[in-house]
Ligand binder design. Sequence first.
Ligand SMILES: C[S@@+](CC[C@H](N)C(=O)[O-])C[C@H]1O[C@@H](n2cnc3c(N)ncnc32)[C@H](O)[C@@H]1O
Length: 393
Amino acid sequence: MNPLPGAESATLELPPPDATAIACSKRLAEIIVEQIELCGGVIGFDEYMRMALYQPGFGYYSGDSIKFGASGDFVTAPEISPLYGACLARQAEVLIEQGCAARILEIGAGSGSLCGQIMESLPALRHYQILDLSAALKQRQQRYLRARLSAERFSRIEWLTSLPEAFDGIVIANELLDAMPVHILQKQDDWRELGVGYDGGRFAWQTFEPAREALQAIRAIEARLGELPPDYRCELNLNLRPWFKALAQSCRHAVAIIIDYGFEQNEYYHPARAHGTLGCYYRHRVHSDPLVYPGLQDITAYVDFDASADAAEAGGFAITGLVAQHRFLIANGLLDEAQRLSACADVRAQIAVAQQVKTLSLPQEMGQQFKVLAMQKNVAFDMPAMRRSHARG
Ligand SMILES: C[S@@+](CC[C@H](N)C(=O)[O-])C[C@H]1O[C@@H](n2cnc3c(N)ncnc32)[C@H](O)[C@@H]1O
C-alpha cells in the first residue's frame, strides 16, 4: 500500500470529506459508540478497527468509496502496474507445469485488477475463485472484470462466500494481512492494552488489562528478543492463527502465496520502533490517527512475518520461504515482462513502464518492505523465485 508518489504525510491537514461521506461516517461513529456503551465504556482497538473497516454498509471496505488508485486513498502493486500480475502469472505457470491444479483462489481481491492481469497473462488457467469480505467490492470486481475480459474468460471466475472445501491450486493474498484488525499494546509498569472510548464529543484512547492471549503473545516476543523499553507501543494480529488454520483446513493440495509489507519479528519489535506500525490512508495522505473519519480512511498495520509463518505452520502448511518482493518479481521475469510491454510502446509509455519497474522493485520503494511468504500443503513444488530466502525455508 502506497500513497501516490509525492504525497506528503499529514496529521491534521486532511482534505475535508463531502457531505454524504460525513453523514456515513457519523452513522458509523454512532454504531461504534453504541458498541462502546454496550461494553461498559471501552472496546479493544481490534474491535474498533474491525468496525471502521468492515461494518456492513458503513465500514471503509464495506462502503462505496473508491479506495484504490489515483482517485482513491492509496495504490497497491496491481494498481501500479500490470507487470505485477504478469509476474504472479509466471509463478503460477511454473507451479502448474509441475502438476499443480490450474486454479487460483484470490483472497481479498480489491478492485479486481490482479485477477484481470493474471487471467490475461495465463490462458491455461481454467478457474479463478475470489473470496472477499466486502459485498461492495465484490460488485465492483464483477463490473470491472466483466468489462475487461472476454465473456469466455469472465465465465471462469467464481465469487465465493466462504473458503472452499478441499481446494487444489494456488492461493494468492495481496495486502490482505495488513488489513486485519490488530490489538495495540503499550508498556507501562506492565503491558496494557489500548482501547477506544468515547468522551461525549469524540473517540478517545483508553487503556485496560490486556486479553490473556495478547499478554502471552507479547511476553513470548520479549522472551525471545529481549525486554522492550517503557512506553513502547506495538500491534499484535491475533487473527493470524485462526485465519491460517481455516485456510490450511480448506486446502487439500495447494500452494499459498502471501504478499504484504512487513518485517520479521526482530525488526517488527525492534526497541527503536517504539510507536508501532499503524498507518491510516486518506486520499493519498498517510497519518497516524485512526480515530478520525471512521469508515472514510483505511487503517493498516505492518505484517509480522514470523508470526504469520508460525501460524501457517501451526495450521498445517509447510513454509517454502520468505523473500523480498524485488527478488520474487525479478526471478519471475519482471525485466522480461517490462521489455515485452515496452517493445511496441511509444517513448512516453516506455518511461512509464520503467517507472513501474522501479516502484515495484527498488528497495526504497516497494522492493524491500514488501515480502512474499510462500507455503504448501500436501505438495512440494519447486519455487525457484523463493530460493535464496533470507529467513525461512
Ligand atoms: C488492502 S485491500 C487489498 C486489495 C488487493 N489485494 C490489492 O492488492 O489491491 C484488502 C482487501 O482484502 C479484503 N479482506 C479483508 N479481510 C478479508 C478476509 N478476512 N477475507 C477476505 N477478504 C478480506 C478487503 O475487502 C479488500 O478487498
